[in-house]
Design a protein around this ligand. Structure first.
Ligand code: GLN
Length: 447
């Protein structure tokens, strides 16, 4: 009741697409009875969780905040939802996001923009902006988003909360609506590292429905509070990048200095691939998106063009023209272009080669270091309307987040700083692939 009331009062933030009010109350009552009768309770007993509108929940609407999935009802549970329910969580509603998780401002949504609760003239970030604001404004305890190129970490940074994207393959993608399948991961928004660790423990692990998930057994994430010293790298070319706000830069260097004084080893290393990261990301993800989104043909899912199509090809065209928003169309066209004959080698193959170099360099780095630290975003939260004004500038601001998705490494944004402009910003920590425990333990120390 407390959370439902709060969601009602803050409705103008537009964080939720749908709130499962009566159903949540029923479930809470049922969970109360379970506890009172002495039956064993799950790890998330009574925990109030919101999910991004790209995560399938059986018999509930899921639309990826797109017109093309209008009124589409999921016929099965995603594996993450299945795992949350098994451990007695209460899923309170689905959250607004950029259409098909494409964006950094939550302005590309058929439901309209989400407001940053700290300053309503600012965006909450994206694409999981609704999930971020749901935690920021205290409308749930934790929430799930998805992170293909920063969509959990960047909104966490803009909203002043914690956002983690685990390694590629840590969490099943079964029932997560695909944007770019070799990048997509479910991520968690929370108020602290420990909450993220508990939820991650529940939702990670092997799954027969996702062949890309790590086949080892489900991992536990007990954070040890033993004193430990770390070897941490800073990427010179990342911190020296022209797009980085000077105050953010100074804060990161000051923190690094403090960590050194505390006995950790800090070293600045070269990383000359920095300017290739964003182009490689946008070539590969739009290519994958153009293929993934070809299934929305008006026949199989959601919205379909009703009136005057003369033949099947025209029916497809009209459905897709009317159903998809501008940004999604832009990416489908870009992706189709980079995959087309005559351009494939120049764009798609090149970008894959860059991805390979990045993976190799990253493996080298983690032979000598426990973690990397860098900013999450080069600036604090953008003004509303920025996406309309200059989409390329918004793409370029993904420079620090897309690296972890290109390399499959786990990464977290920690709300450690406040800018003199009044907005929060985060520290991003990255560890080696499949090393979530080090990420969580170091993050816990830093908070
Ligand atoms: N801003 C990035 C993009 O638009 C991130 C998206 C994401 O992580 N889903 O592609």
């Amino acid at each position: 009741n407390y959370y439902l009331e709060k969601i009602n009062i803050t409705g103008k933030l537009n964080a939720f697409v749908e709130v499962y009010a009566s159903e949540s109350i029923e479930r809470a009552k049922h969970l109360d009875e379970k506890r009172i009768s002495g039956k064993p309770c799950g790890k998330l007993h009574g925990v109030i969780i919101a999910i991004k509108d790209v995560i399938c929940y059986k018999d509930h609407t899921v639309t990826a905040s797109s017109g093309i999935l209008k009124n589409f009802v999921s016929v099965y549970n995603s594996t993450v939802v299945e795992n949350l329910l098994k451990e007695d969580a209460i899923i309170i509603g689905s959250c607004n996001c950029d259409e098909f998780a494409m964006g950094s401002t939550n302005e590309n949504s058929v439901y309209g923009r989400v407001l940053n609760a700290l300053d309503k003239s600012k965006v909450p970030g994206g694409s999981s902006g609704g999930s971020a604001v749901a935690v920021q404004a205290g409308l749930c305890m934790v929430s799930l988003g998805s992170d293909t190129g920063g969509s959990v970490r960047q909104p966490a940074d803009f909203c002043g909360i914690t956002g983690i994207k685990p390694s590629y393959g840590c969490i099943s993608r079964n029932g997560l609506i695909a944007y770019a399948s070799s990048f997509d991961q479910v991520g968690i928004f929370s108020n602290n590292v420990e909450d993220a660790a508990i939820v991650l423990e529940v939702i990670n692990g092997p799954d027969e429905y996702d062949s890309t998930v790590n086949q080892q057994k489900q991992k536990e994430f007990q954070i040890s509070h033993q004193p430990k010293k770390y070897k941490i790298a800073l990427l010179k070319n990342a911190l020296g990048h022209r797009s980085l706000d000077q105050e953010i830069k100074k804060n990161i260097y000051d923190l690094a200095e403090q960590l050194r004084e505390d006995g950790n080893e800090i070293e600045e290393i070269d990383f000359d691939l920095i300017d290739f990261i964003v182009p490689a990301y946008y070539v590969l993800t739009t290519a994958e998106a153009s293929s993934n989104l070809s299934r929305y043909d008006g026949v199989r899912y959601g919205f379909r063009h009703q009136n005057d199509a003369e033949d099947l090809a025209q029916f497809y065209k009209k459905t897709r023209s009317e159903g998809f928003g501008k940004e999604v169309k832009r990416r489908i066209m870009l992706g189709t272009f980079v995959l087309s004959e005559g351009y494939y080698d120049a764009y798609f193959t090149k970008a894959q080669q860059i991805r390979r170099l990045l993976v190799n360099q990253t493996e080298e780095i983690f032979k000598s270091f426990d973690a990397l630290i860098m900013p999450t975003v080069p600036s604090t939260a953008f003004e509303a309307g920025s996406m309309q004004k200059d989409p390329i500038a918004i793409y370029l601001a993904d420079i620090y987040t897309v690296y972890a998705n290109l390399t499959g490494t786990p990464a977290i944004s920690l709300p450690l700083f406040k800018h003199s402009n009044g907005m929060p910003f985060g520290l991003q920590v990255i560890t080696n692939k499949h090393n979530e425990l080090t990420l969580l333990e170091l993050s816990d120390k830093l908070m």
